[in-house]
Design a protein around this ligand. Structure first.
Ligand SMILES: Cc1ncc(COP(=O)(O)O)c(C=O)c1O
Length: 475
């Protein structure tokens, strides 16, 4: 593939140097949001069991709970919605969708699903057996739950540098190669595939370098193990490869994407992220996996719909195809990543420790830098998200993790526990004014944090419990 000189990156750079954060789009339609007064927010929080999962969206002023499915579609995407061909069988929209994914990722077989976890369900059911081990840089929580649903073990091979928030490792999302080597040496017979999550959402939204992708793929080849990508934020990952990794600055995002995915057997994607749609997903497999693609299509008919729509309407397929191309536009990616970096800087300015360098989907902070006086059993993460809501109607998330990993020396399985708070930025939704507001709310929260007495857990179901938890403030 030819290496073109890219001019758009200079536009992004200029914006960043001038700190304008000027959006590379203008607003054609608006949606009203409302800030409830403090007494109303107190009532909402109490009635929602002090759990962000029970607060109605209309009671939130700035919603940073997730960047998934919350983006704003463009005029071109809405035009695509009108073009949607709703034929049940072999619609024109499917072929547009298929062609776009083939061109962007370089994979031949394309299977639409209604969102990411529907793809995970099909893949895990076909490829994973009880007692097997899936090795990943980090499984997203639905991915982990689907591996466990097959009675297999998800293992996350993150690097320890992730916990050093101030250490500016540009690729904190990488696989820890010594851990991967140890895990493969000890367990390779139990590993049906290796999963590369780009970018690494739960590892502070940090990217994976091309070097790391190549190293992982070489190790996988040595043991004849296939490699799949969880591609939700593939474009943000490619942008960081371009801007942070030596040798890629003159490559286009499209060229980097094709290079990344060349090292895999296939991918699946929740298109609700980097394809900037409100619903959608897919599985894409390389040419040699025709048989697996056919089996995926059989499962698709069972769970989702016919193989040319897979749980989506024709108009969704059109919007997704347009969104995938917009998602790899460099001006858009420059602005998006600058927004995340800007919010991170606002937090730092008021003394909150953020994961550095800033990542793709949002800002991750060290909760201890506000609530260090609260021990884990007094739920400092819950204190933070409740105070943010109470102070300014901002919704964020704080998720405690209990992960399996391996000892890099022995390859033995062991656990790690950690707590991260995430401020995920919806795509093309909020402006600099909104970010400044969130920065001010954080400043207030920081001032008062030490007075918090903490919270206690009232109830949490076993599967994906953090979506359903209820809490109570300690007196
Ligand atoms: C890395 C990653 N994988 C998979 C998923 C699941 O996708 P969906 O929510 O579309 O089911 C998500 C959702 O946030 C994610 O971030």
């Amino acid at each position: 593939m030819s290496k073109r000189k890219n001019t758009t990156s200079r536009r992004g750079q200029l914006q960043s140097e001038m700190e304008t954060l000027a959006e590379p789009y203008r607003i054609k339609m608006v949606e009203r949001i409302r800030l409830l007064d403090r007494a109303e927010r107190e009532k909402v929080l109490k009635e929602a069991f002090y759990s962000m999962a029970y607060i109605n969206a209309e009671d939130v002023f700035i919603d940073l709970a997730t960047d998934s499915g919350t983006g704003a579609m463009s005029d071109e995407q809405w035009a695509g919605m009108m073009r949607g061909d709703e034929a049940y069988i072999r619609s024109r929209s499917f072929f547009e969708f298929e062609k776009t994914i083939q061109e962007v990722f370089g994979y031949k077989h394309v299977i639409p699903t209604h969102q990411g976890r529907a793809a995970e369900n099909i893949i895990m059911e076909l490829l994973v057996s009880p007692e097997q081990i899936i090795l990943s840089n980090t499984h997203f929580d639905t991915t982990r739950a689907h591996v466990q649903n097959q009675r297999a073990v998800p293992v996350d091979l993150i690097k320890d540098v992730l916990w050093k928030f101030d250490e500016e490792d540009p690729f904190k999302g990488n696989f820890d190669v010594p851990r991967l080597k140890a895990a493969l040496e000890k367990h390779h017979e139990r590993v049906p595939f290796i999963l590369i999550t780009v970018l690494n959402n739960l590892a502070c939204s940090s990217p994976v370098s091309m070097k790391n992708i190549r190293e992982v793929s070489a190790l996988a080849r040595k043991y004849r193990i296939p490699v799949y990508f969880d591609a939700c934020r593939f474009a943000e990952n490619a942008y960081f490869i371009k801007t942070r990794e030596k040798g890629f600055k003159d490559w286009s995002i499209q060229e980097i994407v094709r290079e990344m995915f060349k090292y895999g057997d296939g991918c699946w994607m929740s298109a609700k992220k980097d394809a900037i749609v409100n619903i959608g997903g897919f599985i894409a497999l390389s040419e040699k996996h025709e048989e697996l693609a056919r089996r995926c299509q059989e499962r698709l008919v069972l769970y989702e719909g016919f193989m040319t729509y897979g749980g989506l309407a024709g108009r969704d397929l059109e919007a997704l195809a347009v969104g995938l191309r917009e998602g790899i536009d460099e001006d858009y990616l420059a602005h998006r990543t600058q927004q995340v970096a800007y919010l991170a800087r606002l937090f730092e300015d008021v003394g909150v420790q953020v994961s550095k360098p800033a990542g793709g989907s949002g800002v991750f902070i060290n909760v201890d830098s506000l609530y260090g006086h609260l021990p884990p059993e007094k739920l400092p993460g819950v204190a933070l998200v409740c105070d943010l809501y109470l102070e300014g109607g901002v919704r964020a998330s704080a998720i405690p993790f209990h992960l399996n990993t391996v000892d890099p020396k022995t390859g033995e399985l062991c656990n790690i526990d950690f707590l991260l708070a995430r401020f995920a930025l919806p795509r093309r939704v909020y402006t600099k004014g909104h970010l400044d507001y969130v920065g001010k709310v954080m400043a207030e929260v920081k001032k008062k944090a030490r007075k918090s007495k903490g919270y206690r857990l009232v109830s949490a179901p076993k599967v994906l419990g953090h979506f359903f938890v209820k809490f109570e403030p300690l007196k």
